[in-house]
Unconditional design. Structure first.
Length: 499
């Protein structure tokens, strides 16, 4: 009988050294994240590996698992504990060593591994660890898979079996770099700053971009797991400011920033201005839909309404599907619809063949962005952005709402706006043109103004975003309309920021 993991062990005790510790809240919607060692210890990671291997066996796939680890002081130890559990479950473990998450995804294809278990805390601060998992390439686990895995692990019903094996792949980095740059070459030496935040992407991104002919200026590309300057996260203002300073200092055409595990890419243009990934997505969709009629794209519900209203995309016959926020959701939807690409506002890009293999890879995205710039008839990134129709948008705002109440609040607002639409009532003096309810409620008005309310996937809060192609006043009025409806719910608290 296996010992069920405990959730309340304290470090520096006998129990901590002899029992698995796993906090239940580490199992998220589509991956797992814990503070290490406060919320999970090495025995807990081993129990997780045994449970994950048990689930792979239950799914009926060949239990051959690609694994790797990101660059943190403890990641290799965590990976080794995970491997022990996978071996105990009878899995063939194929270890690619220190790697970005997309390198582990690539290993599924290159090394014939149906499954993946990548040890990474992604862009989280030091102190965090976790695992990104999948059993159907190029997809990663979603809520159903995570719920089953959680049940197996926490109830102690994992099943040890014989047959486990371990193989370490030497110099897999070179195999990845060759594959990801093959057939790609820019016609001019675009000057690009590659910002890596001293994270894992530092040993991949600058080399990859040099191979396609870019003039690369590495920035914080030296590995340093203390992250001495800022956390490697291209949505973090400290990193973005450093990227902007580097563009100006080096008179660069663009700065491309990568998060801690290299599956996201952020952009700062030639003037030092941040360009959100949804706007870069519109530019990529414009570029990629030129030679391909009726191209299809998937975007998350937080993304700009330009995907529906941009005249160039309309002229090119582009079809766009707004879907649930979250890399696992957008990745799966992009695969299901056979879309050319999927874009998420957080900086995840998903390119199906022939551009990519369907999973999110910050370097594949960076190469696509540079090739788009290469085809832009000498225009700079800032000019391409100015060519887009003007919109006024808010940052992502997060009013507090308890986890046990946030979904009910979103359901109430969805019902309220649905009734308004059904009864032909006006919002800002306009009809509701469209409601998207796949992930909260996104209310789109006749002039293209829209507002979104959804429950946060990973913290006790709601998510509110508004945008208008008509005017700043309409954008602000849309927020006021949503905020006034949320104010009727006393469980909704203070915002982290407001427009």
């Amino acid at each position: 009988m296996l010992i069920k993991p405990a959730s309340d062990l304290k470090p520096n005790t006998y129990a901590f050294e002899s029992q698995p510790l796993i906090s239940p809240n580490g199992f998220r919607e589509y991956d797992a994240r814990w503070l290490f060692p406060e919320e999970i210890n090495l025995l807990g990671v081993q129990a997780l590996g045994l449970g994950l291997g048990t689930y792979f066996q239950e799914l009926g796939i060949r239990p051959r698992v690609a694994t790797g680890h990101d660059y943190r002081s403890y990641s290799q130890s965590v990976k080794q504990a995970l491997i022990l559990g996978l071996l105990q479950a009878g899995c063939e473990v194929v270890d690619v060593g220190l790697a970005m998450t997309p390198v582990a995804y690539f290993a599924q294809f290159a090394l014939d591994c149906p499954a993946v278990a990548m040890v990474t805390a992604s862009h989280n601060e030091n102190g965090w660890t976790g695992v990104k998992m999948g059993a159907q390439k190029p997809l990663t686990f979603g809520p159903d898979e995570m719920t089953r895995l959680k049940s197996i692990v926490l109830n102690g019903v994992s099943k040890p079996r014989s047959g486990g094996s371990y193989t370490r792949i030497e110099n897999f980095r070179e195999q990845y770099l060759e594959a990801v740059t093959a057939g790609h070459r820019v016609s001019r030496a675009i000057r690009v700053v590659a910002a890596c935040g001293n994270g894992t992407a530092g040993i991949f991104a600058p080399g990859a971009l040099k191979r396609i002919g870019a003039d690369v200026i590495p920035m914080d590309a030296e590995l340093d797991y203390t992250f001495p300057k800022y956390n490697p996260n291209p949505e973090d203002m400290k990193m973005l400011h450093a990227m902007a300073d580097a563009v100006r200092a080096h008179n660069a055409d663009i700065c491309l920033g990568f998060d801690g595990d290299g599956d996201r890419c952020g952009v700062v243009d030639d003037t030092g201005a941040e360009v959100f990934a949804d706007k870069i997505g519109v530019l990529l969709a414009r570029d990629l839909s030129m030679p391909q009629t009726n191209a299809k794209f998937v975007v998350d519900v937080k993304s700009t309404g330009l995907f529906e209203t941009d005249p160039v995309l309309k002229k090119n016959g582009v079809a766009v599907d707004y879907w649930k926020t979250g890399h696992s959701y957008i990745k799966r939807r992009t695969a299901e619809l056979g879309a050319l690409a999927g874009f998420e506002k957080s900086g995840h890009y998903f390119f199906n063949p022939p551009i990519g293999r369907g999973y999110d890879d910050g370097i594949v995205a960076a190469i696509a962005i540079l090739e788009m710039l290469d085809r832009a008839d000498g225009k700079k990134v800032s000019q391409l952005v100015l060519d887009l129709p003007k919109t006024w948008g808010s940052p992502t705002m997060a009013p507090y709402c308890p986890d046990e109440k946030k979904y009910a609040v979103v359901e109430a607002l969805t019902k309220e706006y649905s009734e308004l639409q059904k009864n032909g009532e006006k919002v800002l003096g306009q009809n509701i043109a469209r409601l998207i309810t796949v992930n909260g409620v996104r209310v789109a008005l006749e002039d293209g103004t829209w507002g979104l309310v959804r429950a946060s996937s990973n913290k006790p809060s709601l998510v509110v975003v508004v945008e208008s192609p008509a005017s700043e006043s309409n954008m602000r009025a849309m927020f006021k309309d949503i905020d006034s409806r949320l104010a009727k719910h006393p469980e909704v608290g203070e915002y982290d920021q407001k427009i």
